[in-house]
Design a protein around this ligand. Structure first.
Ligand code: URA
Length: 433
């Protein structure tokens, strides 16, 4: 058999030419089977990063990555829904959507990843329910989904292993923000996970991997087309990540916020987007109109059914229910105040996410933050920008100078201008079908 000339393939891509399915299959298979050195793979990814890929190439890359592992057969569950966010800060829609949709009789076996870069990971957040097991065998996850309609599991190593390896390499060498690489990464996992209804939440803005709205639109369209080609009921929502989606950043605080929304206690941006995405799933799963779907979603929350369902799923996965009654009052809080008057013009959302991850690693007992000043808010001197949350027993151990450093770092994330030059921010930009 003729030996594959990987350098020739990479050179072709570096010259901006298109690759054939066979070329892409050969690279992915060699890389997964440890037959392609890391430096060659970096050159391949860099060539894609620089020169992009045609829609056909992205499709072949996605399929090669999907076929590097198994594809789940969920047919014993009937129709199964999934949703995927391209990643953001304070993005906890999964903790609302899974219970809402499950309470309305639609099955969702939600596979999630860990934190990436400055973004939070659902797989980490769900572990705030002490004792909860999310590294389940697929058979166990199917059983739980049969009982409760919902289950939260971590990405299995058997699914799209090429993505796991490639993603770690992209993360290491800074090759994340590329439309073909993001599309194939997400879709290889989604196609392998076996659901038939797939809703994508494609983020743009300061707290997203893709900052530019038009580029996010291109990514969304490519992904929806591939999913449809694969016979999925799919659509993508283009949503703003210019500022944190929820009011809180920090795993446990974000889960607590989702619980308070399911208790009917608040209706913020996180609620609105979760409601919208849930209704898109119900519309497709039940064949009802979007408005009818939205009514069902409302009813699921107002009746308390979604909250009850969340508890049932957590319990079925062995998690403690204590967090459902934990009160924000127990935390020790530090206020960060504005030092000038004006309007919040911009929030460096990426930095806000990154700082929270770094400080949480550094200081045991630091739980995260509450963002008190959304974009466009009128700030007077001494208005609250951010509240820091600490577990009381650890708070005493943190040096006051360190706290001052945290205050300065967070305050720098807010750009405050004397005049209001903003146009109103739209949370949900469009739906791409
Ligand atoms: N999420 C993924 O799963 N992959 C990417 O490349 C980016 C976001």
């Amino acid at each position: 058999m003729e030996k594959t000339n990987f350098e020739e393939i990479i050179n072709r891509k570096l010259k901006g030419k298109n690759l054939e399915k066979e070329d892409i299959d050969a690279v992915i298979s060699a890389y997964v089977n440890e037959k392609l050195p890391e430096n060659i793979m970096i050159s391949f990814l860099t060539a894609i990063f620089k020169n992009g890929m045609s829609d056909e190439e992205i499709y072949h890359l996605t399929k090669a990555m999907q076929n590097s592992g198994i594809t789940l057969d969920l047919s014993e569950l009937g129709s199964v829904a999934d949703k995927h966010s391209t990643g953001g800060v304070s993005d906890s829609t999964t903790f609302l959507i899974v219970p809402i949709v499950a309470s309305l009789g639609v099955k969702m076996l939600k596979m999630s990843g860990k934190s990436l870069g400055f973004t939070g990971g659902t797989a980490d957040k769900i572990l705030c329910f002490k004792g909860l097991k999310n590294n389940l065998e697929i058979e166990q996850a199917i059983e739980i989904t049969k009982q409760t309609n919902g289950c939260f599991i971590t990405q299995s190593d058997l699914l799209a292993p090429a993505d796991k390896k490639m993603y770690a390499l992209r993360d290491k060498v800074g090759l994340i923000e590329s439309i073909p690489l993001i599309a194939s990464s997400i879709l290889s996992k989604k196609l392998a996970s076996g659901s038939d209804i797939i809703i994508l939440d494609v983020k743009f803005g300061a707290g997203a991997f893709i900052k530019n709205k038009n580029e996010a639109g291109v990514l969304a369209k490519i992904m929806v087309d591939i999913l449809k080609k694969e016979g999925k009921k799919a659509c993508a929502v283009l949503s703003s990540m210019e500022q944190p989606l929820g009011d809180f950043v920090g795993d446990e605080l974000e889960v607590m916020e989702s619980i308070s929304i399911l208790k009917g206690l608040k209706k913020n941006k996180l609620f609105k987007l979760s409601e919208f995405l849930s209704a898109l799933i119900i519309e497709r799963a039940k064949g009802v109109s979007f408005n009818q779907a939205k009514k069902q979603v409302h009813e699921s929350i107002s009746s308390g059914k979604a909250l009850t369902k969340f508890k049932a799923i957590v319990k079925a996965q062995g998690g403690s229910l204590v967090l459902f009654n934990k009160d924000l009052d127990i935390f020790k809080k530090v206020l960060i105040k504005a030092e000038t008057n004006g309007f919040v013009q911009k929030i460096n959302t990426e930095k806000l996410g990154l700082l929270t991850r770094q400080f949480k690693q550094k200081y045991a007992g630091f739980s995260g933050i509450e963002n008190k000043a959304g974009i466009g808010k009128l700030i007077t001197k001494d208005s609250q920008l951010v509240k820091l949350y600490f577990e009381p027993k650890h708070f005493k151990k943190i040096d006051k100078i360190e706290i001052k450093n945290m205050i300065t770092s967070y305050a720098e994330c807010f750009e405050i201008l004397k005049i209001k030059v903003l146009t109103k921010l739209k949370l949900i930009e469009s739906v791409i079908e």
